[in-house]
Design a protein around this ligand. Structure first.
Ligand SMILES: Nc1ncnc2c1ncn2[C@@H]1O[C@H](COP(=O)(O)OP(=O)(O)O)[C@@H](O)[C@H]1O
Ligand SMILES: [Mg+2]
Length: 307
């Protein structure tokens, strides 16, 4: 989390009032400067954290995400065939492949949105079919085509998410502020979600994931697509920070520059099957002649096109 004084400094008036209420700091004087309020809140927060000390830090299961022998058919169409995949705490795994390779289907199965024809998925040790609530409590998912409650305002949505995931009030207020700032959502706090552009909707959904408390298990379907360069940069640096702090992250993408710059390891899919796995070095070794992820990807998914 960012420096608390900095976060408090970025808060809107109503946010400051909510935080003061949550911390039990009286705001009764009539002519008090903002700097004084901010200072009082920082002092109150220090005391608050002292009483919170000793709270056990959550750890993720190893592996945090496990897909075993996943098979998914739509009628006679095999979308995913015999997929095995693990994501461990502290790594970003890239699920890459051309359109129709089965990436989104894989993410939909592992978040419990659709049922597999065969195979098993566990999230933090919980089977997504047998203990869906426990499994879903830990997973953060961004779908390929983001959708969200159109008649909630952005701030209402973020507050709602913090409540349903039991984020303690003070943490929720600080985290909402942190991710509203990071994803440049200030202008839109009071906008209805139904009126947002695709990029801002994507940022709102991302903020909704991160308002919950880390470590995270993330399944992000083409998360960079639709963000402008600044949004993309904020997300990439955030994902790296979270990875370094022990989150387990799976991203599907066909933007190979992003994948190569961000992911520790890759699972390359084509026509529902895994055609290559490993770090970029391992993939280079098993595909002599290829240097970039792009070349490896093309070699494994139908050959490098003639110019
Ligand atoms: N609900 C569905 N009904 C029928 N076919 C589907 C459905 N969802 C995906 N498919 C098919 O499964 C294959 C994999 O799709 P998808 O997982 O969306 O690929 P990717 O995300 O890698 O582009 C495609 O051939 C797609 O047409
Ligand atoms: Mg897809």
């Amino acid at each position: 989390m960012q420096d608390e004084l900095e976060l408090i400094h970025q808060m809107t008036g109503p946010e400051l009032i909510r935080l003061a209420e949550a911390l039990g700091v009286p705001l009764t004087y009539r002519h008090v400067s903002r700097a004084k309020i901010e200072n009082d809140l920082v002092q109150a927060l220090k005391l608050h954290w002292q009483t919170e000390k000793g709270k056990p830090v959550q750890k993720l299961d190893i592996p945090a995400l496990k897909i075993s022998n996943l098979h998914k058919e739509f009628g006679s169409k095999v979308a995913v065939a015999n997929l095995d995949l693990e994501v461990h705490p502290g790594e970003i795994v890239g699920l890459v492949g051309p359109n129709g390779a089965g990436k989104s289907t894989t993410l939909r199965v592992l978040t419990g949105i659709i049922k597999p024809t065969n195979g098993q998925v566990t999230v933090n040790g919980y089977d997504i079919r047998k203990e869906p609530v426990e499994a879903k409590r830990r997973i953060g998912y961004i779908p390929e085509r983001p959708t969200c409650y159109p008649s909630l305002r952005v701030i209402e949505y973020l507050t709602f998410v913090a409540r349903i995931y039991d984020v303690p009030r003070i943490n929720a207020l600080l985290r909402i502020r942190e991710f509203v700032s990071r994803f440049q959502l200030d202008e839109f706090l009071n906008s209805y979600i139904g009126t947002l552009s695709k990029g801002n909707l994507q940022r709102t959904l991302l903020a909704g994931i991160f308002v919950r408390e880390p470590p995270f298990i993330l399944a992000l379907d083409e998360p960079i697509y639709g963000l402008d360069p600044r949004g993309a940069w904020s997300l990439k640096s955030l994902l790296r920070e979270l990875r370094d702090d022990g989150s387990a992250i799976l991203i599907s993408t066909h933007i190979l520059e992003v994948a190569e710059a961000l992911c520790d390891r890759f699972v390359i899919m084509n026509h529902g099957k895994v055609v290559g796995t490993g770090t970029i070095e391992q993939l280079r070794e098993s595909n002599p002649g290829a240097t970039s992820l792009e070349e490896i990807f093309l070699m494994l998914t139908g050959g490098i096109p003639e110019v």
